[in-house]
Design a protein around this ligand. Sequence first.
Ligand code: BGC
Length: 264
Amino acid sequence: MTDVETASTATDTSARTLGFGVDVGGSGIKGGIVDLQTGQLVGERFKVLTPQPATPDSVAGGVAEVVDHFGWAGPVGITLPGVVTDGTMRTAANIDKSWIGTEVYNLFGNALGGRAVSVLNDADAAGMAEDRFGGGAGVDGVIMLLTLGTGIGTALLINGTLVPNTELGHLVIDGKEAEHRASSKVKEDKGWSYEKWAGKLSDVLEVYEALLWPTLFIVGGGISRKSDKWIPYLTNTTPVVPATLLNTAGIVGAAMAVDAGLRT
Ligand code: BGC
């Protein structure tokens, strides 16, 4: 059965509210149909390789390809690895610099035939999904999600409401940005053990907790799959739980964002 058939069967046979999200990452552009009541994907996700160079036009083409694969005609939420305010991408730490200044609603609106879109930061989308359906489900208070990958993305939520575009991965701690101290790429590049890297991450988490006093940290990114190997070594005070939606959190959060009419 194809994804399109899976989706239309789901639409026909249940009262599920469906949405669609696309997560734009450094290596892949991934998308899928989302059940907005459960935060689960309906059918498989579909991925195309991120074009190189990952310029706005080429990425928008990739997003359209993912949406077309499902024959999805409704609104689409899209994540980007940077700050989006007033409909404009402001930063591009780990993506082609030509994104800076790009009017993302025009870009994706045109690429997707003028339908409704929401465009938001990738960690913010993952944070929305994890807060509601994942590691933060049922937890009140201030929740901070970190995505540990090439960089460190952060999302901050209070009782389910997002404070968009926190860029605390770039917080300078003792002369060095947090993401240059403790992203999973740094661990790989330096060949550190989990224990050594957990020490570096603890230093970063301790600064976040001294400044923000969160109730809970949720740690995501590929390395969170092996969280039992390193969460026990963390020495900060606030509880830390792994993300549970793993590689679907960005897609789910993007679909939630467009469903909520979020515009950053
Ligand atoms: C960017 C963030 C992004 C994170 C994860 C950081 O370098 O500044 O906007 O959320 O990487 O992709």
